[in-house]
Design a binder for this molecule. Sequence first.
Ligand code: 0RA
Length: 645
Amino acid sequence: MNDYTENDIQVLKGLEGVRKRPAMYIGSTNSNGLHHLVWEIVTNSIDEALSGYGNRIIVTLHKDGSCSVSDEGRGIPTGINEAEGRSALELVFCELHAGGKFNDNVYKTAAGLHGVGASVTNALSSYVDVMVYRDGEISHMHFVNGGHIETPLEVLGPTKKHGTTVRFLPDPAIFSTTEFKWETVSDRLQEYAYLMKDVTFILIDERNGQSAEYHYPNGLVEYVETVNQNNTALSPVIYFEDTDLETGIETEVAMQYSSDDYNETIFSYVNNARTRDGGTHETGFKMGLTKAINDFCDASKMNKGKHLEGSDVREGLTAILSLKIPEQYLEFEGQTKGKLGTNEATMIVNNFIYSKLTYYLNENKEAAFNIIKKCIDSENARNAARKAKEELRSNRKPKQEVIISDKLTPAQSKDYARNELFIVEGNSAGGSAKKGRDRVHQAILPLRGKPLNTDSVSLERLLKNEEMSTIIATIGAGYGQSFDLDSIKYGKIIIMSDADSDGAHIQTLLLTFFYHYMRPLITSGHVYVAVPPLYRVYKENGKGQISQEYCWDEESLEAAKKKIGAGYKINRYKGLGEMEDYELKETTMDPRTRRLIQIDIEDPFLVEKRVGILMGNDSQVRKQWVEENVDFNKPDPFLKEVKNG
Ligand code: 0RA
């Protein structure tokens, strides 16, 4: 059909590379990778908006499984690029990294590790259809099968509009799932809307008629308000912004202290991408914050000349820090590039927060008084906890091993870092786990099936709940303000529940509990969810010999059927309780063969939203939400990568 020139062959080599190793460009070929295709296009539209062109971005999920992204920017240039002899539009979609060459926007939205542009989306799509509205003309191009030009650049007619619409259908040969998730797209667009107060994001789901519009004229202030909606705030949200004239670095922060929260929640962004591992801007923020509060304390003689530590001034603080850094100063570090390395950011943010907050505290005496009092309370609590710990150590009697609960089957080893605590749903599964465990390093704590399943459980009531106090005592490191990560008795806390809605509910309640009362346990990666298999495919072959395969998803089920061959039988596991102890051991507990998901709660409003729904009073809403949003075969938004070991 098409005559390919040498040029095309070269182009396809580039895109072929993407198809051969998609994970290098989009991280993975699961649901995460799939949604990367959307982010690649959306970030282009955002860059246009941030450069001052267009303030409305519409994402549509179509019935045929495709997604389109429309903006009201300048439109992708359609003129012929002299050096290449091809249109800029074609280059943007066929050349890796081509976008940057033509686009001189100052702040480039960092699409994270894999931000390589629209050509990656093209390479991994069955089709891409592009409409450009620019210079009074509608231009059109159509690509198929991973970037082959099916319709070369053509002009369809006149227009008064300007902007770009890109529609693409993910290639099912590449992805393990090609179904866009409302929740995933919606959460990300909402997050973008909080970060870009001038831009409206609209999501339309034509598959079910659902739609949403996100626009937050008060930006980060509304973000913090949402995150803190269930807390008792010590002041209205405090907001500052400034631009450093020398570098052009823009800094924005919204922050608020709560009296009933002992956690530190600082989220930072650079050019609208999360910096998960912090970096120089967070360091500068913490330095400036600590100094501003200490200097104010000294000046107002509120703390008898004593010095507050960083952790004292951050307890109960929720802060969102967002920087815009011009490309020439942009530097990321770490394996996943989630850490800002820009040296200039340290002093810029330090000076920024120090001077703005000092001014604020002097101008808002009531808020200042409440905040300082909270910080001093934290300091006192820290000192009291340290004293208690010292006294415990100086007590010469050998520490008596407390028998915590008759429900706990302890591990024999005292090698706490290596020990594992399985929190198991239900007594019958608890029994199998007890028999199947490695008695040296694995401890079993069965939970009664139902206690958490009552309607409207408040966290306060949860604390009084027997199961919860048993968990606190078993982990052995306290909770809340006095939680001490150094005292935990297990290197891994593993939640083992059924793959059904009760199991998901129990998981969420436990995670929510850990998130609020033992957050360091989660942030330092000690909490896991065990993933039991869904099927066993087996066959008896002659002399009582059995060949078998365990399967964790439909894909491996198909593979296993082929491998075991004709006459196979299938066990579908409905719950942990149905498994024999040796099965449970082999599939779910033995470090050599099991699957674990490490918990990594990253997104503050996702957590709050979930907590709101799952801890709320409306069991109907909760049930519906679980049914619509929890996919028992896949890691859910609370959970990150699958790891063995
Ligand atoms: C290259 C150069 C310019 C804009 C864009 C690309 C652009 C790309 C996308 C992708 C989706 N929407 C987009 N909008 C614009 C700059 C154009 C100029 O200087 O006029």
